[in-house]
Write a protein that binds this ligand. Sequence first.
Ligand code: ATP
Ligand code: MG
Length: 418
Amino acid sequence: MIQLIRGFKDILPGEVEIWQNIEKTARSLFEDFGFKEIRLPILERTELFARSIGEDTDIVEKEMYTFPDKKGDLITLRPEATASVVRSYIQHKMYAKDPVQKFYSIGPMFRRERPQKGRYRQFYQINAEVFGIDSPFIDAQLIFLAVKLFSMLEVTDAKPHINSLGCPKCRLNFKESLSIFLSSVTEKLCRDCLRRSKKNPLRVLDCKSSSCREAIIDAPAIIDYLCPECSQHFETVKYALEKFKIPFVIDKHLVRGLDYYTRTTFEIQTGLLGAQNAVAGGGRYDGLVKALGGPDQPATGFAIGLDRLAEITGLRNKDLLQKPDIYIAALGEKSRPLAFEWSCNFGLEGIRPEMDLSNRSLKSQMKRADRLKASYVLIVGDNELEEGSVILRNMTTKKQISIPIESLVEKVKAEIRL
Ligand code: ATP
Ligand code: MG
């Protein structure tokens, strides 16, 4: 038997209802706040990710699904959405109409990492991106939206951790101090971080290995190196979160795994997921639009891990499962075509039908109706047809009534008052 690829998964009915509910809630929340949906390709040129995410990040170094197409062009299954949204903003010159654009997007991402709970090779993200606004209030609003979505989805433990990465100007001094610090703890750093500590020391702060985490406990904090503008920006983000009454934690070593982030950086963390504690990550990336050949426009956004969110939501599958409203038990050759016609008309009326098209006994059909948790059963046999009425059984109260065949769908509809 052919099985699915390691790290990939099927989302089956029974679980998919939770996903649909999350997506529906996210869509309506974003749209209420003026975000427009954007749908982007799953394959892009490798160069787009290499340039925007950064050559020496985990994603680009080891996690991308990259391959040559038949002509030899290198293409990559997108590992995240931001790079594509920026490409699209530039390619369609959306900034010319209005530099301020707000997008949301939902879809699969691909990273070849070691599969485990909460970590898959195809996973899904809900993204929100805002272009053209450098005000810290919009950063706070994005954090507010993520927190609001989690509370709408009954997540009991989700808290924003925030930090500022400053601008390239403040980062210059910080990088130097960090490098000096790192050279004093080299024996604790993993091999990757040893290399990064020279080229891109900030990345060491993002390493998951326990000895690196320990090594950086006393590392200098970037918020102590912010220039006055960046410092004021961060103060306003905190002020706005306090105004929104959103509790947050300042995490002075929080950096994003992606190179293009500036100023506000955040993660929504949870204790409900074991080792994988981040359910969302985001922040500003003011330099990226320009770096990819667009105008100098600021940008900010976040990505929620939908798989992880589905694991921690308080929504329960059993409350969302779709059950048949009416199960039609047709018995006999004459009744089946009529029952089939009714079942189609029930569907059109928004009364969810289920019907057995085989020739099974009433007993076995009633059993199936029970198993499917149908609310009503309509019993129609050739005898009933001759008498001109059929039986409607309420599966909760077990009460049965007789319904005339004439305009049956309307009569049933009135009876079950849907
Ligand atoms: P992590 O630190 O867990 O590796 P990350 O920093 O790589 O996460 P981002 O690139 O910020 O993650 O992506 C945003 C969100 O997408 C994460 O907070 C997480 O919820 C989700 N995510 C990232 N990688 C995976 C994965 N392999 N499987 C499932 N969800 C993922
Ligand atoms: Mg990762």
